[in-house]
Design a binder for this molecule. Structure first.
Ligand code: NOJ
Length: 564
């Protein structure tokens, strides 16, 4: 296929994700809020951010922290009011940044008016907004399991049928086969677009088309995702639905759309993001997030092999080059903290956070920074399960420890490594009480390391991770090759160094990354020739004139050369 990478603003942007509950609390109730975000916009502008992705702020009973929406067109009172939201978007636009909102339409809350109607009777006009089925032989309609543990079906006594919920029982799946439901969603999307937003992050959007008849999964256990995944991921009508959404809504606006797509393959992603197909701008793929999980899924811990990470990222880099577009991320509100997972969050916290950032920001695609990543925030260990708030974690603990009698310490260890609350602890703004996040009692514990890991310190220290991110973001704005250059992996079998090049015209970037806590030697392959070299960025002082034919890399060193 011909390479057709057109230049668009969203390819050249850096996105910053805000998880509002944990960002900044302006009114002392212990929960981050919209006014709290507005107060920090200058901080984000200083960092160089182009686009803010705001995780859900809609009305919600908060079973899954806002990913269970009971009214798509109003604001959760914990976060403020619609006026606060309007002030926020206005202030974002005044600073020439953009705002994308979360679109959560695989499911709603069971407290949404649609579901309240739907469950009243089998002939209610809203019945078909959801998936209802009678039981099979006195049991659930099929053997699918919820991503949050247990069956994906819940029995409702009133009408004596089950409804489908791929996530919690308070998150019933919306039925996209119903054109009326689709029209409602499109109307709601226009409501927000007409208020001036600049795009959507679409929650598990590749789950919206389910296989007809909702068949039993042949292997209900031992899948990476909820058993049944092959019948609802990238389902038969998914491309049709996305193209319809694009035609009816998105094509009328100049927007960034990113579809969150667990289980998506490169081949599918070419279809989702191929420009001529008019579906979404880019997808969040999960392959690199799954490399340290075993056959039983994310809680089944496995050490990560660098060659697996390199293989996977390389496959996506070359697979979408000229055919689609990558999103680039190493963490978000569902994943552990990047530096704890892929780096060393103790002795080399600063060096390894910068190294990982270099790896990500030098790849082809749109980089996403998750709040606090720019400070090198780390995972947390809370003593008791009672201190955890995340429904996925709590359900898994109940299923394994309370009901399944698994070894408690082993389960707690898996939570320390993979639990979603690792990423959800309040942002560490300064070294005052509660890290300056709130004057009240924070809804989730603050990480004790806030006394030395915090934004105030980072902004003052010119060698901080924060300033390194600023530099990376500036470089992207100065060098087209960082955005558009083609990728090539060097040293594919090396378990310690990750080395790759980017090429655009007669320019080349050489990206050198040491993934170990030891000094390593790099030998330049003879295939790379150049007459001029320049160091673009590095996380240690570098002798710019030193030869690169053979060079030593310090622990977690990252270095980027521009060659001509
Ligand atoms: C993905 C979201 O990122 C996650 O936080 C949420 O729990 C599920 N989708 C369900 O909405």
């Amino acid at each position: 296929m011909e390479k057709t990478t057109s230049k668009t603003w969203w390819k050249e942007s850096v996105v910053y994700q805000i998880y509002p509950r944990s960002f900044n609390d302006s009114n002392g109730d212990g929960i981050g809020d919209l006014q709290g975000i507005t107060q920090k916009l200058d901080y984000l502008k200083e960092l160089g951010i182009d686009v803010i992705w705001l995780s859900p702020v809609y009305q919600s009973p908060n079973d899954d922290n806002g990913y269970d929406i009971s009214d798509y067109q109003s604001i959760m009172s914990d976060f403020g009011t619609m006026e606060d939201w309007e002030e926020l978007i206005d202030q974002i636009h005044q600073r020439e940044m953009k705002l994308i909102m979360d679109l959560v339409v695989n499911h709603s809350s069971d407290e949404h008016q649609w579901f309240q109607e739907s469950k009243k009777s089998v002939d209610n006009p809203y019945r078909d907004y959801y998936y209802w089925k009678p039981g099979k032989d006195g049991k659930e309609p099929n053997n699918w399991e919820s991503v949050f543990s247990g069956s994906a079906w819940e029995y409702d006594e009133n009408t004596e049928e089950y409804y489908l919920h791929l996530f919690s029982r308070k998150q019933p799946d919306l039925n996209w086969e119903n054109p009326k439901l689709r029209e409602e969603v499109y109307r709601m999307m226009k409501f927000w677009l007409d208020k001036g937003i600049d795009g959507f992050r679409m929650d598990v959007i590749n789950f919206i088309s389910k296989a007809p008849g909702l068949p039993d999964a042949p292997n209900p256990h031992g899948k990476k995702y909820a058993p049944g995944g092959e019948f609802f991921m990238d389902g038969p009508r998914i491309h049709e639905f996305l193209q319809e959404m694009n035609e009816k809504v998105l094509s009328q606006y100049d927007v960034l759309t990113v579809g969150e797509m667990p289980g998506v393959t490169v081949e599918e992603a070419v279809l989702y993001t191929g420009e001529e197909r008019q579906e979404v701008s880019m997808v969040f793929q999960f392959e690199h997030m799954d490399l340290d999980g075993g056959p039983e899924g994310k809680w089944d811990l496995r050490p990560l092999k660098l060659t697996d990470l390199k293989n996977s990222l390389s496959k996506w880099q070359t697979g979408l080059d000229g055919k689609g577009w990558n999103s680039l991320y190493l963490n978000n509100h569902d994943q552990p903290r990047m530096v704890s997972r892929f780096g060393n969050d103790q002795k080399y916290r600063v060096e390894s956070a910068k190294m990982l950032a270099t790896m990500l920001h030098m790849l082809q695609g749109t980089p996403y920074i998750y709040q606090g990543e720019e400070l090198g925030m780390t995972n947390i260990k809370l003593d008791s399960i009672n201190d955890y708030k995340d429904i996925e974690t709590l359900n898994m603990y109940r299923e394994k420890v309370v009901e399944g009698h698994a070894d408690e310490q082993k389960v707690m260890n898996s939570i320390y490594v993979k639990g979603r609350d690792n990423a959800r602890t309040p942002i560490q703004w300064d070294d005052s009480e509660n890290a300056g996040f709130t004057t009240g009692t924070p809804w989730l514990a603050v990480n004790e390391n806030y006394q030395y890991i915090n934004a105030k310190q980072a902004v003052l220290d010119e060698n901080s991770i924060y300033h390194y991110y600023r530099e990376l973001i500036q470089l992207r704005k100065q060098h087209d090759i960082i955005v558009y250059g083609s990728y090539e992996l060097l040293l594919p079998d090396d378990e310690e160094l990750y080395v790759y090049t980017r090429t655009l015209g007669d320019e080349k970037l050489l990206v050198l990354l040491n993934f170990t806590g030891d000094e390593k030697t790099f030998m330049l392959p003879s295939s790379i020739s150049y007459s001029k070299k320049e160091v673009l960025i590095s996380n240690y002082p570098v002798d710019v004139d030193a030869s690169i034919e053979q060079l030593g890399l310090k622990p977690y060193e990252a270095r980027v050369y521009k060659l001509k």
